[in-house]
Design a protein around this ligand. Structure first.
Ligand SMILES: C[S@@+](CC[C@H](N)C(=O)[O-])C[C@H]1O[C@@H](n2cnc3c(N)ncnc32)[C@H](O)[C@@H]1O
Length: 381
């Protein structure tokens, strides 16, 4: 089958990690865009990428591209798309729009106008129309307008891929699954035999790490919008899914999830069980400041409180104590920390060996790496 262009959306800062994942999957003509990566592929690739990509949010298949300089042109061009190939009258649909344009300033209005065009096309022919369902639609349509260029895509994913299906319970400030996976892939956790998540909260890092070190595809426990498409081939999808299940391995690392909060650990346990990763994660109630390393080397992945509700001096002391514990006890380890509290990061009193800007929700954060290696003492000021 001939390849068609596919746009894989991701979070700011994770484009190159996603591109590497895509190349490792064997996808063709991978090209980095802004908060997205493009490839050319087939429906099999759509199935495989939705099941496998840890740092993808939504996988879009463009079906039309045109220029529009006013709302009539938008309406007309949307109506011209052969919608009967993609949507049936008894199916539900939803439209999401993103706009960066002087002509089309309001994405809600673009969605509304496009919905009218689709509905009118069906009414003209069948005297009936498909219904809009914003909660659980069969078919999801994405409209992207940049200046006057309109790209209309089918969203093959549905609810974004961070919804792996394992996190029903949340503790405070959970990190997005895609962001957590992006951090773990950036830090190459796979090269370590001990992965330590000392402030695990609802366990996102530990569960994502367990999936990485057992080569478990993140999308095995959920459904996708392409399963409602008229060209969906369930046998092909099942074969691809079973192929991925066969590639699961024994874990290559010990994963330690710790937190002072008993409730957080209970939530981690529930989530890990739902993800089928519970047997690979060791859980213990422990204060990081009282902890002792289980091995002479390992990687620490830390998403500490950012202290938005604490007094600044208190939170800086908290970060300083983290730095002290690392210096005193964790020689031989490396640590990756994500935080929006830049004063806190400075208060660690350690020298980062790499820095990257990422967003945790709307919060601008830094992901910093520290190497506490004996001899080189690289991390110490
Ligand atoms: C921002 S949350 C982590 C969120 C987590 N990454 C997730 O996805 O749910 C910070 C966590 O640090 C824990 N914590 C705070 N101080 C701690 C300490 N001294 N030792 C261990 N855990 C601590 C809190 O209980 C909280 O669960």
């Amino acid at each position: 089958m001939e390849g068609f262009p596919v746009i894989v959306k991701t979070l700011f800062g994770l484009e190159s990690v996603l591109a590497q994942e895509m190349e490792a999957l064997g996808l063709q003509n991978v090209k980095i865009l802004n908060r997205a990566v493009r490839f050319e592929g087939t429906m099999d690739d759509i199935y495989l990428s939705n099941l496998s990509l840890r740092t993808a949010l939504n996988i879009l298949v463009p079906i039309d591209e045109f220029e529009a300089f006013d709302e009539q042109e938008l309406y007309y061009n949307i109506k011209m798309i052969p919608w009967f190939d993609y949507l049936e009258v008894d199916q539900t649909f939803s439209i999401s729009a993103t706009t960066s344009s002087d002509t089309f300033k309001h994405s809600k209005y673009v969605s509304l106008k496009s919905k009218d065009a689709i509905v009118d096309k069906f009414r003209d022919k069948f005297d009936q129309r498909p219904s809009v369902d914003t909660q659980n639609p069969d078919i999801e349509i994405n409209i992207h307008i940049y200046n006057n260029k309109v790209t209309v895509s089918l969203d093959s994913t549905g609810p974004s891929l961070d919804r792996r299906g394992y996190r029903l319970s949340k503790n405070e400030a959970p990190i997005n699954e895609v962001l957590a996976a992006g951090i773990l892939l950036t830090s190459e956790v796979k090269n370590h035999s001990v992965i330590y998540d000392p402030m695990c909260g609802s366990g996102t890092f530990s569960i994502e790490a367990a999936m990485i070190v057992t080569n478990t595809a993140p999308g095995l426990n959920r459904s996708f919008s392409f399963q409602n498409w008229s060209n969906y081939e369930p046998e092909v999808f099942e074969a691809i899914k079973n192929g991925l299940i066969e590639k699961q391995t024994a874990p290559t690392a010990k994963i330690l999830a710790r937190d002072t909060d008993r409730k957080a650990l209970d939530i981690t346990a529930e989530n890990a069980e739902r993800a089928n990763m519970d047997e690979f994660i060791s859980l213990k109630q422990e204060d990081f400041f009282e902890s002792v390393p289980v091995d002479s080397a390992g990687i620490i992945i830390l998403n500490p409180p950012y202290g938005e509700r604490l007094n600044p001096q208190k939170i800086e002391e908290f970060y300083k104590s983290i730095g002290d514990v690392l210096k005193q006890k964790y020689l031989g380890h490396e640590m990756w920390i994500i935080s929006s509290n830049f004063n806190g990061l400075r208060a660690l009193g350690l020298k980062p060996t790499s820095k990257k800007v990422l967003f945790n929700g709307s919060l601008e954060c830094k992901l910093q790496k520290y190497e506490m290696y004996e001899g080189s003492r690289r991390a110490f000021n």
